[in-house]
Design a binder for this molecule. Structure first.
Ligand SMILES: Cc1cc2nc3c(=O)[nH]c(=O)nc-3n(C[C@H](O)[C@H](O)[C@H](O)COP(=O)(O)O)c2cc1C
Length: 332
């Protein structure tokens, strides 16, 4: 059966088939997942923030061995040193994907350096002023990420933020945070986005490197079990500029919620417990980053199936909606 196609400014700019991107997820994605999304016609993005600078070329080569299609490398700018930035630019992915720049960060110089090497710059924001700054600095695409998303997010809801940014931006905007199916993609397009970027949905795929026990938490969640907290950042001793972490409630969260001052005192031992839980695949005490879309995800699927069904569903939602509304409009 022919795969549905939705052509947007995003697909044309990036030279991809589908208006779907995988969020760079440092420490939670991997070359296999990135390549699977790109091979399926989306844009795979690898979170490079946790890589040693001298390993970036090898990881990029690993992705290129799996796919000849465009992919991106992502950097969390508040915690990235110069050497890592240089290594990522040297690796020359199609897209330099960035997020969480401190206010004083020189985005313009970074995007210029990317452009000189032929990379497109895609920057993620959680507020309208950040979007304005990113566009003024020369971003080629803006990802507007709302608070429903997994991992680190701001406090604006996706529907408002995407609409605000899309109304103003001249460059293509991707919606992120809360998208997991075709109805969501159709909604994002209706809000003026040119595509969507997803994290949680792709964590629950066959190619995701997460332990099966973590994927199962997402599948079993009804979406009401996630919350915004600073617990993971207090435990890792890291201050994110303007973000909370959206995680799934587990023993770790129950232990420290409302006792954050105590957690500061016990930071070293809690971090050790978290790392041991991650190692052992124990969802009880690991940090389980996940968005509210966990409530829309019912099974672990191959990434290609996720991408293709998102597009097929969106195409049919758009068609059916137009037909339904026309029919209801016309006199009986
Ligand atoms: C486990 C996890 C790790 C993440 N790490 C990063 C990261 O390193 N860089 C980044 O720009 N975004 C990161 N994000 C955010 C995603 O790129 C994306 O914006 C978010 O997952 C979208 O919301 P969704 O989970 O509802 O799809 C992460 C998200 C998750 C769930």
């Amino acid at each position: 059966m022919a795969v549905a196609r939705l052509s947007t400014r995003m697909t044309r700019l990036l030279g991809v088939e589908h208006p779907i991107a995988l969020g760079g997820m440092a420490g939670h994605g991997g070359p296999e997942l990135v390549a699977a999304v790109s091979e399926a016609g989306g844009l795979g993005v690898l979170g490079a923030t946790v890589l040693a600078p001298d390993s970036v070329a090898g990881v990029a080569a690993d992705i290129r061995n799996r796919t000849g299609r465009p992919f991106g490398l992502n950097l969390l700018l508040f915690q990235t040193g110069r050497e890592l930035v240089s290594a990522v630019l040297e690796a020359a992915p199609a897209v330099l994907s960035t997020a969480w720049a401190p206010p004083e960060f020189d985005l313009r110089s970074l995007f210029e350096a990317a452009h000189e090497r032929g990379l497109l710059a895609m920057h993620m924001v959680s507020t309208l002023p950040e979007a304005r700054a990113a566009e003024a600095a020369g971003a080629d695409l803006i990802v507007a990420q709302g608070t429903e998303g997994g991992g680190h997010v701001g406090t604006m809801g996706t529907t408002v933020l995407v609409r605000q940014v899309a109304r103003e931006a001249q460059v293509p905007v991707l919606g992120a945070g809360g998208f997991a199916d075709g109805a969501g993609l159709a909604a994002a397009l209706a809000l003026g986005a040119e595509g969507i970027l997803l994290g949680t949905r792709f964590l629950a795929t066959v190619e995701s490197p997460l332990p099966d026990s973590f994927k199962q938490v997402i599948v079993e969640s009804d979406g009401h079990s996630t919350l915004l907290t600073e617990i993971p950042d207090l435990a890792t001793n890291r201050v994110w500029p303007g973000a909370y972490a959206r995680v799934t409630r587990n023993r770790l969260v129950e232990d420290w919620l409302g006792r954050e001052n105590e957690l500061r005192r016990h930071q070293v031992e809690v971090l050790a417990r978290i790392q041991a839980a991650r190692q052992a695949g124990d969802p009880g005490y690991a940090v389980l980053y996940a968005g509210q879309t966990a409530g829309l995800i019912d099974s672990v699927r191959p990434a290609r199936e996720v991408v293709e069904s998102l597009v097929a569903e969106a195409a049919s939602v758009i068609g059916e909606l137009a037909a339904r509304l026309r029919a209801e409009d016309s006199p009986a």
